[in-house]
Design a protein around this ligand. Structure first.
Ligand SMILES: Cc1cc2nc3c(=O)[nH]c(=O)nc-3n(C[C@H](O)[C@H](O)[C@H](O)COP(=O)(O)OP(=O)(O)OC[C@H]3O[C@@H](n4cnc5c(N)ncnc54)[C@H](O)[C@@H]3O)c2cc1C
Length: 471
């Protein structure tokens, strides 16, 4: 059953009154979620002189910004690269006294991975003539990760990234598959160059071409600058911690929000542990993948309700591999591997002070991530290592999985970034973050001009302006 519909209809004003009687804490604004967008909203409101309470379901702040500390350094498990065009993020880093550094060499994104299909390495020089290469003659020299992305970059019809939200562009809100086919790609080409290690959705069929056009043109705009990718030297969580320190009250952790009751007088928020909070308004930063389990009364309706219940969030699972020996020196192939199996894309990381690669990070996405989720962490880690060792025998016995993180299985994320399916931008994008009485919405998924961390901050600015009239 779709949570919230029936239940919300049953919880009338009597239920709201009984909940009010138990309200524990009051503020002008209750901010739901202590990720980037929630914390930024809270900081902006405090600067304007309002009292704010921030509630967070996890036992930590940061949401999808999560730095995993290791004995000699760290690996980012969530938001990592801050592009040159991220004005808000760069300003925030300065405000929290974090000096950003050039991140690209650290995560080796400046190098090309080794291609391993069906657990066999294919040298770049052999690829064009390989029987496993399904590309048409004029595409055979392109590596799998270059073809669909190259076609997208070359034929993107959006003049400006912002055009994605203009109804005049809605004729482009069709499957990305249709666009790739129209550019002459075969099914086999699409399968290998988009559906494998898919960045958005589970295949080109279930992602909107319009969203892909927006992301490609926005990415291009963001990375015009050099060096063009930044990170915090101690991990991006340092920025988050700096934000929390600036707040006048501590974030309330372990507050799993289950209900939001709205009336003319204000808002009441109920948590799984029985705590109640009241405020004049609420700002909710939850991704829709978790918001859909919250009982909002009166219930959402129309296009907004459709958005909350149906907007997909990407599945992504990360396995951190400690390397006992640099096996890539022995096989001479470099540390990174691009596979078409459950190990996904394996990147190299130089953490701490080291100039050498000292950890590998496997990024598994889409259906493969869902498969790892079903297997559970121990089986999943073993499978990732098994695939790497099969493709690169020099790795045998040289790698150990030291950390595993499934964003799909995290109850307070239930996925990673928002992915608009074909038709969803036209169906609900312009209405999905509309205020609902005294309840306002922010979060990366509601951003219009940006994505990722910059989008989360953009959404915070928008929601604070919207909310000012009602406080
Ligand atoms: C693997 C990965 C890589 C990424 N890489 C990049 C990158 O390189 N560059 C970039 O710009 N962005 C990147 N991102 C995206 C970026 O991290 C996010 O867009 C951004 O952090 C989202 O912030 P947010 O505030 O919108 O949402 P969130 O961080 O999800 O915050 C929402 C908060 O609400 C809480 N919450 C949810 N439900 C409840 C509930 N019922 N009760 C109480 N609390 C609840 C959550 O715990 C969370 O703290 C990446 C993300 C991931 C996961």
């Amino acid at each position: 059953m779709v949570k919230g519909l029936g239940a919300a209809a049953l919880t009338g004003s009597a239920a709201i009154r009984s909940r009010s009687a138990r309200a524990q804490d009051k503020a002008d604004v209750v901010v739901l979620g202590a990720g980037l967008s929630g914390l930024q909203s809270a900081l902006l409101l405090e600067e304007l002189g309002y009292s704010v309470l921030v509630l967070e379901g996890r036992d930590r702040i940061g949401g999808k910004v999560l730095t995993h500390k290791m004995p000699n350094g760290f690996v980012e498990l969530g938001g990592q690269t801050i592009a040159a065009g991220y004005g808000r993020m760069r300003d925030l880093a300065a405000r929290t006294r974090v000096e950003l550094f050039d991140y690209l060499p650290r995560v080796m994104m400046d190098g090309a991975p080794v291609l391993a299909l069906d657990q066999k390495v294919i040298a770049k020089t052999d690829w064009a003539g390989s029987p496993q290469n399904p590309f048409a003659p004029h595409n055979r020299d392109k590596m799998p990760w270059e073809l669909a992305s190259g076609v997208l970059a070359k034929h993107n019809p959006l003049a400006d990234p912002g055009d994605w939200s203009d109804p005049k562009s809605f004729n482009l809100d069709v499957p990305f598959y249709d666009f790739l086919k129209a550019q002459g790609l075969s099914d086999a080409e699409i399968k290998l160059s988009y559906n494998t290690n898919v960045g958005y959705g589970t295949s080109a069929h279930d992602v909107s071409a319009l969203m892909m056009f927006f992301i490609q043109s926005w990415n291009k705009q963001q990375s015009e600058g050099a060096p063009n990718m930044f990170g915090a030297p101690g991990g991006n969580t340092d920025i988050i911690n700096g934000m929390a320190k600036e707040l006048s009250t501590e974030v309330r952790l372990n507050q799993e929000v289950q209900s939001i009751d709205l009336s003319d007088a204000g808002v009441e928020v109920g948590c799984a542990n029985g705590s109640r909070y009241s405020a004049k308004i609420a700002i909710c930063s939850f991704p829709f993948s978790t918001l859909k389990y919250v009982d909002i009364s009166p219930t959402l309706s129309g296009a907004q309700q459709q958005a909350v219940y149906t907007l997909p969030f990407m599945k992504i699972t990360i396995t951190v591999l400690e390397t006992k020996e640099p096996f890539w020196v022995n096989d001479g192939l470099g540390p990174m591997t691009w596979t078409n199996g459950p190990a996904g894309i394996i990147t190299g990381t130089r953490y701490g002070e080291s100039d050498d690669v000292n950890a590998l990070v496997s990024w598994t996405r889409g259906h493969d991530a869902a498969r790892l989720d079903r297997l559970g962490p121990e089986h999943a880690k073993a499978l990732v290592i098994q695939e790497l060792e099969a493709a690169r025998p020099a790795a045998k016995g040289k790698v150990k999985a030291v950390h595993y993180h499934s964003w799909g299985m995290e109850p307070f994320s239930a996925g990673d970034w928002a992915v608009f399916r074909p038709g969803q931008i036209s169906a609900f994008r312009s209405e999905m973050a509309n205020p609902h009485g005294r309840l306002f919405f922010c979060g990366e998924h509601t951003a219009v001009s940006n994505r990722g961390m910059e989008g989360a901050l953009e959404s915070a600015e928008r929601v604070v302006f919207e909310a000012l009239d009602r406080i």
